[in-house]
Design a protein around this ligand. Structure first.
Ligand SMILES: [Zn+2]
Length: 72
């Protein structure tokens, strides 16, 4: 199947995606639902203490990801 070939080619390429936290295009990171978090922000998030104001900043960003767009 041509489609499968195309997909496997794409999988081997390094795509840059927009990180939901730093909003920069990064080639490496993790996917959370449909969103992307770059490795830098992932490490940052892990190392940030829960009492750090930065932590709530991250949580706010992540809320967008974990909360589906349902306004009910
Ligand atoms: Zn990032």
């Amino acid at each position: 199947m041509e489609v499968e070939e195309l997909n496997s080619n794409l999988a081997h390429r390094q795509f840059e995606e927009t990180c939901i936290i730093c909003e920069n295009l990064k080639p490496k990171g993790i996917h959370l639902y449909t969103s992307f978090i770059c490795t830098d922000c992932e490490h940052d998030l892990i190392q940030t203490d829960t009492s750090d104001p930065k932590y709530s900043y991250f949580l706010n960003k992540l809320k967008k990801v974990t909360t589906p767009e349902i306004f009910s």
